[in-house]
Design a protein around this ligand. Structure first.
Ligand SMILES: *Cc1c(COP(=O)(O)O)cnc(C)c1O
Length: 358
């Protein structure tokens, strides 16, 4: 089966991991610090804080942002469930906002006036244009799990030019991997230290009371990334530009190969923006038939995503006719395989089987 996404792990990556395994530090240590430093530099942020997953990073961001009970936080219904779960983890209320039919990102013109926070998803790797916000909520968090390597007219995604914090995932299908892992970038030193406390049980050291002494000032978690995983991440980060370039080339190739067919292609980045092409979601008629047919033919297509309000635990957020554009998109979306190690031949096979079934 040709997968819809796949990691690209090199001999250098393996060597970097093996090196750490033979050393002194296995859990969070100097490799995490090095990885954070490299990531912050890469995206142009002052701070990067690594986590054990993208979901843990999202949880830390909503917590550090001070969101909690009584707060209303908007997000896109066309996303992975973690984009909304992170709002509920802190007791705040998620408010789904229908997508824009063209970009498939949350339609910022429809964001409610009184809003405490925003979890802005860059669907498929196309940055949402935050300058379209009519009023600024207290906390803006970018869920950039699709968008490492993308850019806006204000700089790279992750530089937090128009947000407080930006969250990345290093799951194997994402742009770089640490197996499991994630990070938050920010330019706010207070948020950075709050994120670091949250990741380590809420612990602050109190050396004045003795070298061993520490206090726990808030409820935190063990959301640390290990040095083994961070070594992989640091090595992978060196390949990011090449990975994104290959994804972009494959996306352009899909456009050429599928142009003039019944398949509706995903939107491209508007002037001043660049797309990170985490996924290549096309729109098709008879989606179910194409999904089953392609899977049977060895093409691991996927659907991104079942709208979050359709999940049972989000039943109370549904409203009649509430999200017509998300509904319409969900009916026809089909993600074609795309990852940096995919060959032109793999891609030709995908296109051939797709056109044959059509
Ligand atoms: C992958 C992803 C996450 C969660 O990342 P994990 O590292 O798997 O926890 C969150 N939001 C979006 C949009 C994602 O694609």
């Amino acid at each position: 089966m040709i997968p819809y996404g796949h990691q690209s792990v090199s001999d250098d990556d393996v060597a970097a991991v093996v090196d750490v395994l033979g050393g002194e530090w296995l859990t969070q240590g100097p490799k995490v610090e090095e990885f954070e430093h490299k990531l912050a530099q890469k995206v142009g942020a002052d701070h990067a804080v690594a986590f054990s997953s993208g979901t843990a990073a999202l949880h830390a961001a909503t917590s550090a942002g001070g969101l909690g009970p009584g707060d209303v936080v908007a997000t896109s219904p066309l996303s992975f469930v973690a984009s909304a779960n992170c709002i509920r983890y802190v007791g705040a209320e998620p408010r789904f906002v229908d997508i824009d039919a063209t970009t498939l990102n949350m339609d910022l013109a429809q964001v409610p006036e009184r809003l405490d926070g925003l979890v802005a998803v860059h669907y498929a790797g196309l940055p949402i244009d935050l300058s379209q916000l009519h009023s600024r909520p207290r906390v803006i968090i970018e869920d950039a799990c699709h968008a490492l390597g993308a850019a806006t007219p204000h700089g790279p995604v992750g530089a937090c030019a128009q947000s407080d914090m930006c969250v990345f995932s290093f799951h194997p299908v994402k742009h770089i991997t640490t197996c499991e892992g994630g990070a938050v970038t920010t330019n706010d030193v207070g948020l950075a230290s709050s994120l670091r406390r949250f990741r380590n049980h809420g612990i602050v050291s109190t050396p004045a009371r003795g070298g061993w002494s520490y206090d726990v000032t808030e409820l935190g978690y063990n959301y640390r990334l290990s040095d083994v995983h961070a070594a992989l991440g640091g090595s992978q980060l060196g390949e990011l530009d090449r990975f994104v370039a290959r994804r972009t080339l494959l996306a352009e190739r899909y456009r050429d190969l599928l142009c003039g067919t019944a398949i509706e292609l995903p939107p491209v980045a508007p002037p001043g923006f660049t797309h990170a092409w985490h996924i290549f979601p096309v729109r098709v008629d008879r989606r179910r038939e194409l999904y089953d047919g392609l899977r049977y033919a060895g093409v691991g297509v996927q659907v991104h995503y079942v709208p979050i309000y359709q999940h049972s635990i989000y039943a109370s957020t549904r409203s009649d006719g509430g999200f017509p554009k998300t509904e319409a998109a969900y009916e026809s979306l089909l993600t074609l395989p795309l990852w940096p190690g995919m060959s032109d031949l793999d891609q030709d096979f995908v296109v051939d089987r797709l056109l044959r079934i059509l």
